[in-house]
Design a protein around this ligand. Sequence first.
Ligand code: 7TS
Length: 413
Amino acid sequence: MSISAPTQLDIQKIREEFPVLHQQVNGKPLIYFDNAATSQKPKRVIEKLTEYYEGYNANIHRGIHTLAEKATRAYEDTREAARIFLGADHIEEIVFTRGVTECINLVASTYGNEFINKGDEIIIAELEHHSNIVPWQMLCERKGAILKVIPVNDHGEIELDAFKKLLSDRTKIVATNHASNSLGTINPIQEMITLAHEKGAVVLIDGAQSAAHLPIDVKALNVDFYCVSSHKMYGPTGVGVLYGKRELLEKMPPYMGGGEMIKDVTFEKTTYNDLPYKFEAGTPNIADVVAFAEAIAFVNELGKENIHRHEAELLAYATYKLSKLKGIRFIGTASQKVSVLSFVIEGIHHFDIGQMLDTRGIAVRTGHHCTQPLMERFEIEGTVRASFAVYNTKEEIDSLAEGLTRVINFLKS
Ligand code: 7TS
C-alpha cells in the first residue's frame, strides 16, 4: 500500500508539517486530542487548496478550456488515489460525497428505497454514530421495515453470537462501523460481512474512524459499501468517499437530480449518466477533493502500519497513565481498539473536565459523541474523550495526566 514508508516515524518532523499545532491556547502550547472529531491538516493539503484556487479554479467535466481540463484531471486523479487507497477494482465504484453522513444517507435513500420492503430487517450495532442510525430509522419508517440492534458487552465489543441470532432471511442490510468513535472498538467486520452474506444481506461499513488508522481493502473484505470522510484523515472537510460494488451502484436509482448526473434531459424523460457521475449531481466540492489527494498521499507515505503502531503506543501509554487517576472509569475497554480513550471521573461532570483542560491548552471532546444509545447502554450521559493522531506524543499525554490530576484535586477540594 505504502511505497516509500519508513519503518520508524520521526514525529517531530511530522509535527512541523502541521501549522495549527504550533500555537498557544490560553497561554499554553496547544495539545490537540480531538482527532476523532476531525484531524488537523498538513501544509501540503492546505497548499494544494491555494494552488488550485490560484492556479486552475474552474468547473469540471463540462469545460473544454485549459483550466477546466486541468481541474477535471486533478479531481479525477483524487478518485484514482481513493480507489487505490480502498483497494477497489473500478473507478466507477468511487463516488464523492460530502462525508460519511452523506454516504450513508445516499445508500439508505437509493438502495433502501429500491430494495427494502415492508417487514424487511436492517441490522446495526449499539455502538453506531447517529449518522449510522437515523438514516436507517428514516428508511424503516418510510418502508415499514424493522431496525434490529446488536448489543455490545461491557467492554464495548459487539456480541457476535447475538448478531448471529439476529440474522435471518429477512435481513436485507447490515450496517456498522469499522471502529467506534466513542469507544475506539475495532469491530470484527470481516466475520460480520461473511455472516451477513450467507443470509443474502448487503453490508455497509462506516469507515469514519478507521480510514486514517487501519488498513482497508474493500475487495478482500468483499464489502458492499464502505464510507470514508476526508476530514478525519488529514484532508479537507466537506469530502467523503462512498465505495460501492459496481453491480449494486448500477442497480441503484440516483440520489439527487440535477446537472452532471444526466445523459439526456427532455421534459418527458431523463436518462442518467454512467457511474460514478450518476451520484454526483451539481458542481462538486472540487478544491477539497483535489486537496484530499494530498492527504491520501500523506497517509500512504507514512504507512498505515507505522501510524497504527505509533498510535497504539500512545493509547497504551495513556491508558496506563490515566488508570492511576482517582475515580477514573474507562468506557470502552475492547481488546482491539483504535486510538480513542473515553472515560468518566466519579463525581465530576465531563463538561467541567473538558472546560478546565481547555484552560490548559488541551483540546478533548466531551459529551455523548453522537452516540446517545451507546451512552444509555453504559448508563452515562457522556464521556471525556481523548483521541490520538500520528502527530501526538507521550509528552502531551503526560500533560493530559497532569492536567487531569489538577482538575480532580481542584474540583474535589
Ligand atoms: N460515523 C462515525 C463513526 C463518526 O465518528 C462520525 C463523525 C461520522 C460517522 C460522521 O462523519 P461526518 O464526516 O459525516 O461528519 N464523528 C464525530 C465525532 O466523533 N466527533 O465529531 C464528529
